[in-house]
Ligand binder design. Structure first.
Ligand code: ADP
Length: 165
């Protein structure tokens, strides 16, 4: 039987509980999930791709993954190319609201055109995280607002360290 492998691509700058919720929901669906961190220096990220991968690895080591193998990798360029290189059957994406849908639909259709064998699988965000985005978390945290419960404690500690510098 062939392995059901998926990639979950994103910026993860930084990882939020919304991302973790999507990861947890995808675990029973696949044998292997590669969390694929996009190397996007042009977006002026708060964390380097190495820092994002390191945080993900540390946090995911605590996640009860059952039979699913969870790994973290980084990539540059086209998501479809990375998915093909990894011989993934699916690209997982999260949908929070209708506002995500249009962009995600365009990307999914484009990725399907590039790689017709690879399906995009959309999972619905948990209601309690449906307004959570990495950008909002960075903004609120930078302005001194509370983000507890919305991002992992380790991520909050790393953001605090960043702000001190
Ligand atoms: P990108 O820059 O590729 O959108 P993100 O890290 O912002 O990268 O998001 C990666 C994926 O996680 C996207 O599919 C996004 O819709 C999903 N996602 C982000 N935040 C949440 C959340 N709070 N709940 C569910 N899915 C989310």
């Amino acid at each position: 039987m062939s392995l059901r492998r998926a990639i979950f691509p994103g910026s993860f700058d930084p990882l939020t509980n919304g991302h973790l919720d999507i990861i947890r929901r995808s675990l029973p669906l696949f044998d292997e999930i590669i969390i694929a961190v996009l190397n996007n220096p042009e977006k002026n990220p708060m964390f380097s791709v190495e820092e994002r991968c390191e945080m993900l690895r540390e946090i995911l080591s605590e996640v009860e993954a059952g039979k699913c193998c969870l790994t973290v990798d980084s990539f540059s360029g086209l998501t479809a190319d990375f998915a093909k290189k990894k011989r993934a059957a699916a690209i997982v994406r999260g949908i929070r609201a209708i506002s995500d849908y249009e962009y995600e639909l365009r990307m999914a259709l484009m990725n399907r055109r590039l790689e017709p064998e690879i399906e995009t699988v959309f999972l619905m965000a948990a209601e309690e995280y449906s307004y959570v985005s990495s950008n909002l978390m960075k903004q609120i945290f930078t302005l001194g607002g509370r983000v507890e419960g919305l991002i992992p404690a380790l991520v909050e500690a790393k953001m605090r360290e960043k702000l001190k510098k």
